[in-house]
Design a protein around this ligand. Structure first.
Ligand code: SF4
Length: 352
């Protein structure tokens, strides 16, 4: 049995100080970390419990119309916050499409950003995995890799980032507030997660004592509220990670696209912002043809990392579908368990 310390600091400052020693990690809801500890993938020497730190459980509307979400806000609490859902419906839609109701009630905003990949070889301590043991190899390269990355991968690691929540956050230029040894700083969410390169063991740009304290959505992101969607393709309708997903948000004016935000999920080690596709669409009419051209550009650099070429076509299709649905208008109500985006009937389990 692995022995570890458990510490419950009274403030953010105390929490940061408590992680100064090697082997210390933050514990939030533990919906990922405790699983990793049970199978021996994570073996911390000290758990610093941040779930009760004062001030991290608030959802605040900022004076300029943006929102600041404390890192310990639970996923379900945020998804069902009426003011937040009205301003950023595709973020609520992404939250509600993740995990199960039980997990959404427990999991935190900060923890969601820092969850580890669901690559099966990462969770199996008998397998070679550069992310778990740097330099050991990557059994996924020649293994079961149908769900692995098609963008931004390297021969060191072909894993994907599993979060739904992070995909619309990347599209909407969310900002992550981090408290570290040198004080507080902001990181654009799109810059938080790393591509693997030669160091897949580092998922993010965070330093060991860095604590995520909040996520901010800028007021400008609310301009997309009436034309935005998050769609997720998965192997079953609930409690499943995405095969691919897409966040699409449009700001329309005079029959044309004034602004657009696009990101793909489960295609890379980070949420994948599609900036070239966005540039193509600005000024264009919101037509299916334009959306198809944008999807071609978004996936132009994609290449299979194994038995996963199908993900490239699925990513194209889900991006086109998300854009078409965003152009039609954000639904007045978002179902807690959306049907497959490729179904033809509400609740049907059709496939692409
Ligand atoms: Fe490990 Fe990455 Fe290879 Fe999976 S893809 S086995 S996480 S190195």
């Amino acid at each position: 049995m692995k022995i570890f310390d458990y510490i419950r600091p009274a403030s953010v400052t105390e929490a940061v100080a408590a992680t100064a020693q090697t082997g210390a990690v933050y514990l939030a809801a533990g919906t990922n970390l405790l699983d990793l500890m049970k199978v021996g993938v994570a073996r911390p020497d000290r758990l610093v419990d941040v779930t009760h730190l004062p001030g991290l459980d608030r959802i605040e509307r900022l004076p300029d119309g943006g929102f600041r979400i404390g890192a310990m806000v639970r996923n379900a609490t945020l998804a069902y916050d009426t003011g937040f859902a009205e301003a950023f419906p595709m973020v609520s839609e992404a939250l509600l499409s993740g995990a199960s109701a039980q997990l959404r009630n427990a999991a935190t905003v900060g923890g969601n950003l820092l969850q580890r990949t669901r690559c099966a070889y990462f969770y199996d301590v008998e397998s070679a995995c550069n992310k778990r043991v740097p330099g050991s190899g990557c059994d996924a390269l020649q293994g079961e890799n149908s769900g692995h990355a098609v963008l931004g991968w390297s021969p060191s690691c072909i894993a994907t980032h599993p979060s739904d929540f992070c995909v619309p956050l990347a599209a909407l230029d969310a900002i992550v507030e981090v408290e570290g040894r040198d004080g507080r700083r902001d990181i654009l969410l799109d810059a938080l997660h790393r591509l693997p390169g030669e160091h897949p063991e580092r998922d993010t740009v965070l330093e060991p004592s860095d604590l995520i304290v909040a996520v901010r959505l800028p007021a400008a992101a609310a301009a997309f509220a009436s034309h935005s969607r998050y769609l997720k393709l998965r192997e079953r309708t609930s409690y499943a990670f995405a095969v691919v997903s897409a966040a699409a948000a449009l700001h329309l004016g005079a029959g044309r696209i004034a602004q657009v935000r696009l990101a793909l999920g489960s295609v890379a080690a980070k949420p994948w912002r599609c900036r070239e596709a966005e540039a193509l669409l600005v000024g264009a009419e919101p037509t299916p043809e334009a959306f198809k051209r944008a999807a071609e550009i978004a996936l132009a650099e994609a290449k299979p990392s194994g038995h996963n070429a199908h993900k490239i076509e699925l990513a194209r299709r889900i991006l086109v579908r998300a854009l078409n649905e965003a152009a039609a208008g954000t639904p007045a109500q978002i179902a807690a368990l959306p049907a497959s985006p490729f179904s033809t009937m509400p609740g049907a389990l059709a496939h692409a």
